[in-house]
Design a protein around this ligand. Structure first.
Ligand code: CUA
Length: 374
């Protein structure tokens, strides 16, 4: 209530006064209220930019580009800031000159026509050269950044295959023994080691984007794209698909979890293990396993250690330890999993997982089993 009133008062204070009073009160050709708005906007701009780099901004907008944490992301952020600053300077100069000329040569009764300057060679050379120099100031760092962000990956780089699906992410970690560790929607990486992503799609176009780690890169059928960056800080980073790919494009999200090198190795080792076997005493989990491994789930999902080997849907081998479900749109807990199992297309329009004919008791068993897959 109190906050609401404050906001309303602020809004009123910022509103320009009615046209009539503005024209009569002020001697300035621009009027008092717009001048005040301009000064507020000019004062707020640096504050806004500073806020974009703050921890609070990061908490509120975890998918920010204003908090780069890799050399790659800092490079693109630097380019953005450079073109933003140049754009603001050019815009201010052009608008300032325009406003000055509008005022200087405004219509006055009886005044003679101003001197015409058509065909002034010096002016024409100047306004051709100045934009060329400004564009060069952007082009040179841009071309340098293109090369700097696409280095040859070092021999010890971690290679992860990323496959864009409708509408989720598959992450595949090829192992030295020929095995592949497969997970979905949560990509785990170590800090201090270069990550080399091989981006692929077996359906439509998608685009991989974890803003704090680097730029967007498309996943294209019949082609492998590369994204190379070195994570520096442990933590959980938000990302999502950045190329329209169908009904649930906006629900195609992901988390990138950056571990310490030891933490990453532990994760990889445990992720490579087959799924946990239900304890014989826990009947709900055992009944759930029976339902999952003999029911329709078999057609699309893999659970390592069981006969299930489908590739249409995400691997569920260690589903229970994922933070989220349905490609990052829901926290992974019993309540959300129940909602998902009751009607997947309701949560994610166009979902390739159809509404299954499951009773509430069956859902309880399936949830118990899936949550046990730690
Ligand atoms: Cu995948 Cu948009």
């Amino acid at each position: 209530m109190g906050a609401g009133r404050t906001r309303a008062q602020q809004t009123n204070a910022n509103e320009p006064p009615p046209m009539k009073s503005r024209a009569t009160q002020s001697g300035s050709p621009w009027g008092a209220a717009p001048a005040r708005l301009w000064s507020v906007a000019l004062a707020a701009a640096p504050l806004l930019l500073a806020a974009c780099g703050s921890k609070e901004h990061l908490r509120q907008y975890p998918q920010t580009t204003f908090y780069p944490t890799t050399q790659y992301a800092r490079t693109t952020d630097g380019l953005f800031m450079l073109s933003l600053i140049l754009g603001v300077l050019v815009g201010a100069a052009v608008l300032g000159i325009m406003v000055y000329f509008l005022w200087r040569y405004r219509y006055r009764p009886g005044a003679p026509e101003p001197k015409q300057i058509h065909g002034n060679t010096r002016l024409e050379v100047a306004w051709t050269l100045i934009p060329a120099v400004i564009l060069a100031c952007i082009a040179v760092p841009t071309v340098r950044a293109i090369f700097n962000t696409q280095p040859e990956p070092p021999a010890d780089a971690l290679t992860v295959e990323v496959v864009g699906k409708q509408w989720w992410w598959e992450f595949r970690y090829p192992q030295p023994n020929g095995d592949t560790v497969i997970t979905a929607n949560e990509i785990h990486v170590p800090v201090g080691r270069t990550v080399h992503l091989l981006l692929k799609s077996d359906n439509v176009l998608h685009s991989f984007w974890v803003p704090q780690m680097g730029g967007k890169r498309d996943l294209i059928t019949n082609r492998v794209n590369h994204l190379i960056f070195k994570p520096e800080q442990t933590g959980v980073y938000f990302g999502q698909c950045a190329e329209f790919c169908g009904e649930s494009h906006s629900l195609m999200r992901m988390r990138m979890i950056a571990h310490t090198p030891q933490g990453f190795q532990q994760w990889l080792t445990s992720e490579a293990a087959p799924a946990a076997e239900p304890l014989p005493t826990d009947s709900a989990v055992a009944l759930g396993k029976q339902l999952v491994t003999t029911g329709p789930c078999v057609a699309c999902h893999t659970i390592k250690g069981t006969p299930m080997a489908g590739r249409t849907g995400p691997s569920l081998t260690h589903f229970g330890r994922r933070r989220t479900l349905a490609a990052g749109i829901l926290d992974n807990n019993a309540e959300n999993l129940r909602r998902w199992l009751r009607d997947p297309p309701e949560m994610k329009p166009g979902s390739r997982m159809p509404k299954l004919d499951l009773g509430e008791q069956q859902i309880t068993y399936i949830v118990a089993y899936l949550q046990s897959l730690q």
